[in-house]
Design a protein around this ligand. Sequence first.
Ligand code: SAH
Length: 361
Amino acid sequence: MFTEKSQIDSIDRRAHILDLTSEQLSQWLQTNGQAKYRLPQILNWLYERRAESFEAMSDLPKGLRSLLDSEFRLWTTSLATHKKADDGTEKLLLTLSDGAQIECVLLREENRRSVCVSSQVGCAMGCVFCASGLDGVDRNLTRGEILEQMLRLQRLLPNEERLSHVVMMGMGEPLANLNSVLSALDVASHELGLGISPRRITISTVGIPAAIDRLAQHSTPFHLAISLHAPNDSLRNRLVPVNRKIGIESILEAADRYFEATGRRITFEYVLLAGINDRESDARELTRRLAGRVSMLNVIPYNPVRGLPFATPTSSAIHAFRTVLMDAGVNVMFRQRKGDGIDAACGQLRRVTKDKVLDKN
Ligand code: SAH
């Protein structure tokens, strides 16, 4: 009995302040007899002035600071691992309040300061080359947990540097957790939040047509990236198993509708796997598939995952693939790998940590 009680006592029941919308926070202030202008002050401390605690919000009355602290938590995660690569990439493995772990990454490229954020614990999509989905999905992240990743990474930057881009390319399928993802991204793009232009906020999806249509109706049009990885269904069915129920054609049609509704050019992503989808004939078929679409193709060399039977193509294979696309006039970008030494591809760090635990046992 005694043990059970002390376990219950140790659970922090305070709400996560990042889970509250600004309307809810405004309501809370009003209920507690606080002035309206406290809301922008608190938001400014959270998103702009990088407060580490309510106590640090020095222009709020002491009474309000301790009231906030008694009702809310600012941080719900703890830092499990922090890795830094020579190219400036930093990756955090965070432990959530229920013990689950997620990853997020800060990328530095010239003036860009991009964060790559997770939307779920694990992933249900089962892409055969990806580390995130190896054990399936445990749960969706809350709005607050998604925002907290951005704030933890933002606080790694010196004060004079701001986050410029957000990509939902960490663990999970963002369109399978659309409500929380949109709620968090609305804060990322809001002037009282992180103030990042929606053009610089990317939602990357395996391609779920009904959810793409919902996204097209959202008040803020974010940049959409669709993970294609194959020019035809027989290959895509092997690489991205959920494709069996969807099919490339219906994804491309949803992409067209998204473009019509938002005017935003779509990016298609294509992870190059040696000997699997990197032949020149694949490039030619891809060219035909994308013909007539206002889009960008982002080709990404595979980032090897321990235990998986895939490899990065040789640079001459990558070059040949690229030449076919360029000659056909496809709008294509070949992305450099970042953070190689620190398992920066999605799901990899959590995997390595899990493997180590397994190795030990
Ligand atoms: N579920 C979403 C977003 C997460 S993954 C999606 O499928 O788009 C973000 C991108 O990284 C996807 O294009 C995914 O296919 C790719 N990816 C996953 N594992 C990778 C690896 N080991 N190397 C390179 N890219 C990888």
